[in-house]
Design a protein around this ligand. Structure first.
Ligand SMILES: Nc1nc2c(c(=O)[nH]1)N[C@H]1C(S)=C(S)[C@@H](COP(=O)(O)O)O[C@H]1N2
Ligand SMILES: [Mo]
Length: 255
C-alpha cells in the first residue's frame, strides 16, 4: 500500500502549499443556475456579505468536454486498502458491499452497488486539484448525494454528512471526510461509481468515492463504506471533520 499521501511528516510543507494555492484561487465561473434560484429563498434574513459567500458556495464548478480529459490521472493518497473485509468485498466485485447511511435520519438504509446504479445519475467532467500541486480532469458518473439523502429523510438537527472510508494510514487512523448540507445538496456532489466510463478502479476509490467539485482533492473521499448524518463532528476522530483536517488542513477547502 502506498501511504505517501498520508505521511504526517510532510504536513507542514503541504499546509504551506495549500495556503498558497488557496490564495491564488479566485471565484471564477460563478453561474446562476436553476438550482441557485431554488435555494435563493433560503438566504433571506442573512446579511449581504453572507449572501455573497453562499452564492459562491452554491455556484457550479466548471465542467469540461471529453477532449479536455487528462491522459493520465494520478492515483494519490491511499491507492489500495489493506482491510481484510474490504479485500473480500473487492474479490467479489463488490457484489456484497453495502453503503450504510445512518445517523440523524428517520430511515437508515443499506444500499448495494446495483441499487446505487439504478438511481438517477449525473455525469460530469471536472478538474481535480490536489494540494500537492497537481490537477487532472476526468469524467465521473454517480448518484447525486441528494438522491440518497432524500431516501433516508434527514432529521432537522442534522447539519453535516460524514463519509467513513475503508482505508487507514500506517498508524491505523481511518480516513474520513465531511461536508455541510450546502455541499451535500449541491447538484454536482455525487457518489461516483464510474471514472472515464469504466467502473471506478480500486486506486481511485472503488466501489464509490465522493466528488464535491468546488473543493480540493482531499475532500474527495475514496473507499466509502458508511455515511453518517451528524449535528456536529466535534466528537468524531480528531474533531475537525476529516483526516487531513485533524492535522490542520482547512475544513472548507474551496477551489
Ligand atoms: N479514503 C481516502 N480518500 C482520499 C484519500 C485517501 O488517502 N484515502 N486521498 C485524498 C487526496 S489527498 C486526493 S488528491 C484524492 C486522490 O484521488 P485519486 O487517487 O483519484 O487521484 O483522494 C482523496 N481522498
Ligand atoms: Mo490530495
Amino acid at each position: 500500500m502506498d501511504n505517501k499521501g498520508l505521511n504526517r511528516r510532510n504536513f507542514f510543507i503541504r499546509a504551506l502549499q495549500a495556503s498558497s494555492l488557496l490564495a491564488l484561487a479566485g471565484c471564477d465561473n460563478l453561474s446562476r443556475s436553476e438550482w441557485f434560484s431554488e435555494l435563493l429563498g433560503r438566504t433571506e434574513g442573512l446579511t449581504k456579505r453572507a449572501q455573497r459567500t453562499l452564492t459562491a458556495r452554491r455556484a457550479m464548478a466548471r465542467e469540461y468536454v471529453d477532449a479536455d480529459r487528462s491522459e493520465k490521472f494520478p492515483a494519490n493518497g491511499n491507492t489500495d486498502v489493506a482491510d481484510a473485509g474490504y479485500r473480500a468485498l473487492a474479490a467479489g466485485g463488490f457484489a456484497d458491499w453495502r453503503l450504510e447511511v445512518g445517523g440523524l435520519v428517520r430511515q437508515p438504509i443499506a444500499l448495494s452497488l446495483e441499487t446505487l446504479r439504478s438511481l438517477p445519475s449525473r455525469t460530469q467532467i471536472t478538474r481535480h486539484d490536489c494540494v500537492e500541486g497537481w490537477s487532472a480532469i476526468a469524467k465521473w458518473k454517480g448518484v447525486p448525494l441528494r438522491e440518497v439523502l432524500g431516501r433516508v429523510e434527514p432529521m432537522p438537527d442534522a447539519r453535516y454528512v460524514v463519509f467513513h472510508c475503508a482505508d487507514t494510514d500506517d498508524e491505523a487512523v481511518p480516513y474520513y471526510e465531511s461536508v455541510d448540507f450546502d455541499d451535500a445538496y449541491h447538484p454536482q456532489t455525487i457518489l461516483a461509481y464510474e471514472m472515464n466510463e469504466a467502473p471506478l478502479p480500486i486506486p481511485h476509490g472503488a466501489p464509490i468515492r465522493l466528488r464535491v467539485e468546488r473543493q480540493l482533492g482531499y475532500k474527495q473521499a475514496k473507499y466509502i463504506m458508511r455515511i453518517q448524518l451528524v449535528e456536529s463532528f466535534a466528537d468524531l476522530a480528531g474533531g475537525h471533520g476529516g483526516y487531513w483536517e485533524d492535522q490542520g488542513y482547512e475544513w472548507y477547502a474551496g477551489v
